[in-house]
Design a protein around this ligand. Sequence first.
Ligand SMILES: [Zn+2]
Length: 391
Amino acid sequence: MPDPLPSVASTQSAGQLTGHRWPDGQRLRLRWRQGVIVAAELMPASRKNQREPWLAPALADLQVNGFAGVDFQQDNPDAESLRRAARGLQQAGCGRFLLTLITDDFPRLLERWRQLASLREADPCLQEAIAGWHIEGPFLSAEPGYHGAHAPQWMRDPQSADLESMRAMAGDTPTLLTLAPERTGAQEFIRAATRLGWRVSLGHTNASQAELTAAVASGATGFTHLGNACPQLLDRHDNILWRALNTPGLVAGLIPDGIHVSPALFRLIHRCRRPAQIYYTTDAMAAAGAPPGRYRLGALELEAGPDHVVRQPGRQNFAGSALEPLAGLQQAARMLGKPWRKIWASGSVVPARFMGWSWQLRPGRAARFCAIHEDAEGGLESVRLHCPQPA
Ligand SMILES: [Zn+2]
């Protein structure tokens, strides 16, 4: 993994900054007040402006299970722990994320969600950082190799009453649901969830081609951490990876740490998917943004090594990651042999568009952006996240 970049989060509620607009390089002066952009003016360029920063939309991460030593899967979460995780993500260039809850006993999952939602509701800083929820489970495949770190005993088929219970927790907050479309009742559930404005992504699944195609027709638009949550050994002629890549209409999430998806497969997926169909996610757990050691992911105790790989002690399969958003983007650039500017969209614009969020640096929009200095080779030298700070 690349060394961590110097990166800081700014908490200025008002200010102005002039730099190169990403991606076209036009010189732009941004002014913001109370966390909202009030002016975005194009300025004449000159040679002495070369060292000004690039101004780009902040990174967005749609799958974060924990960060900075904080595990979101624990009962009785507290606001200070959530704020610590949010600050850690901001220091890694991430302006907003989906707090992700994984499979558990369904009533217990709902109760955890209720507690988190009330903490978020009471704290404007958490509302700013936690853009919404990603509920990954319990409607997943319990087949060996597909359930990953999720506990198969809590997996179940989705029912319409479940959606009502979940809706009560989500309220109007953006919500992404990952499910396995081969589950009985899943297609109707996808239709009902998308009618609520939720996004549905397929994952932890061994669905047939027909089931995947039907899920897209029902409203599914994503595939969660493509290349993971499947067995180590797959049928070379017909497997979930081929089927997912063969299904139009799915925006794929990739974990760009060079470990969850091999560099060769990472490059291949970029060749057969347009850039607008790929977003990067960390799938981070508590070990991300924290030193190597043992951390919890719900009921599991996991070990994060110095190599940033998170495993169940004594086992080989991965369970979440210790990846930080900015480090993931750097690693993706390295794997693809491309400058950061060419792939920044997969960490920022694509996930935002997928969720239907605005990302442009325009008047009236949130002042949530990164000021990026390049090194002499055009690589990332430093990244400073600016994000709205509620009064
Ligand atoms: Zn997963």
